[in-house]
Design a protein around this ligand. Structure first.
Ligand code: CA
Length: 176
């Protein structure tokens, strides 16, 4: 258990290091004091259709605004040309997807705030208690987080392992 935890933290640290190492666009000349407000954070994230929830490594909370736009095409059932869709999903609502009233295959988001971690005494499995909110994204949306949390992105479908393709998603976070 302890080793697994260390590995997880190690991966998380590596992601942050990559994020810092990326060249950041400089939009103001050195020494300029006109733009004191923090620059918006912008990130491009690949959401593979078979990946489940993808951690954007973006934390946000009240007072901030998250703009999300998406493009690309996925297949909800490899080999079936009728199951190809874009970020708005297929024009089909089955009621058996993470957000029941949103098109199957659409890009969706989840804001997660961890509450506690505990180990189940019987199974030995680590259980994470969390509060979260799901919201539709589609090809684009603007979200004002109701609480502080981590942003995840995924596909509005429950059977993911037969999926193919990837959505390209751009997330911009700035003060609301
Ligand atoms: Ca599927």
């Amino acid at each position: 258990m302890a080793f697994r935890d260390r590995v997880k933290w190690g991966l998380a640290a590596a992601v942050w290091i990559c994020g810092i190492a990326l060249p950041a666009p400089s939009r103001q000349p050195p020494g300029s004091k006109e733009q004191a407000a923090p620059l918006p954070l912008e990130k491009t994230i690949a959401v593979a259709a078979d990946a489940g929830w993808v951690d954007t490594a973006i934390d946000a909370g009240p007072g901030e605004e998250i703009r999300i736009s998406a493009s690309g095409e996925i297949n909800l059932q490899k080999g079936n040309p009728d199951a190809v869709c874009g970020p708005d999903g297929l024009d089909l609502v089955t009621g058996d997807q993470p957000i029941p009233n949103v098109n199957i295959g659409a890009l969706i988001g989840k804001l997660v705030q961890p509450v506690a971690r505990r180990v189940d005494e019987d199974s030995g499995i680590e259980v994470r208690d969390e509060i979260f909110v799901l919201f539709p994204v589609g090809s684009g949306t603007v979200v004002t987080p109701p609480f502080k949390g981590r942003l995840y992105l995924g596909v509005n479908e429950n059977v993911l392992k037969d999926n193919g393709g990837t959505y390209a998603v751009v997330v911009v976070k700035r003060p609301a």
